[in-house]
Design a protein around this ligand. Structure first.
Ligand SMILES: N[C@@H](CCC(=O)N[C@@H](CS)C(=O)NCC(=O)O)C(=O)O
Length: 212
């Protein structure tokens, strides 16, 4: 299995964790975003949307991190990323989408480049935008956990799910932009638990071959 990935890409990081949690062996194919390799014809043949991650499973090409994680969960044995009953899985999907569909799209590379260029923002202006969406999204995550009361060591009880695969990379991103994460103790407790596990440690940006 080949994963088209960039070490700092949080959407790729989600899938790296998920593959590790499932115990699936995978090979990293680096796509350098600052060098715009994702816009090259060669990569667009893999994913016409020009985004990482993309997964090549024996010639079957998949895109979109949530779809990829659901695919490997259904197609491969091992720990379930979407466990429990229909309601439990809806909870895990909702938490994952809160991150992947509400927070991340506001702050990904092409959005930051666009607002910087179009509205003539300096770096501090871009940082303010970034931190605004982190604060709003992390408040929602914290409230979701406290309202639902389904979390334990992880987002769903004491079992790692797709939701944890989404939570951890989003925290890495927030830390990279020096966001204040003290107001979100439940989120950060789960982050700390996850980062004790080999599947998460091995998937982090600094451990990727394209990081150096
Ligand atoms: N919804 C997509 C998002 C993918 C995405 O935005 N990937 C980023 C890296 S984290 C990317 O390729 N960005 C390139 C760009 O914005 O130009 C997913 O979950 O896979």
């Amino acid at each position: 299995m080949k994963l088209y990935t960039f070490f700092r890409s949080s959407a790729s990081f989600r899938v790296r964790i998920a593959l590790n949690v499932k115990g699936i062996a995978w090979e990293s194919v680096a796509v350098n975003l600052p060098k715009a390799e994702h816009d090259e014809v060669k990569f667009k043949a893999i994913n016409p949307q020009g985004l990482v991650p993309a997964l090549d499973d024996g010639g079957k090409l998949l895109s979109q991190s949530l779809a990829i994680m659901e695919y490997i969960d259904e197609a491969y044995p091992g720990a379930k990323l979407l466990p429990g009953d229909a309601l439990d899985r809806a909870y895990v999907r909702a938490f994952s989408q809160l991150i992947a569909c509400e927070i991340h799209p506001m702050n990904n590379l092409r959005v930051l480049k666009h607002i910087k260029r179009t509205y003539k923002l300096d770096d501090e202006g871009v940082n303010l935008w970034y931190r605004h969406w982190i604060a709003e999204g992390f408040s929602s995550m914290e409230a979701h956990l406290l309202n639902e009361k389904k979390h334990g060591r992880f987002v769903w009880r004491d079992q790692v799910t797709m939701a944890d695969c989404c939570l951890v990379p989003q925290v890495f991103n927030a830390q990279r932009y020096d966001c204040d994460l003290k107001p979100y103790p439940a989120v950060m407790k789960i982050f700390d638990e996850c980062m004790q596990l080999d599947a998460f440690i091995a998937a982090q940006p600094a451990k990727q071959p394209d990081a150096s």
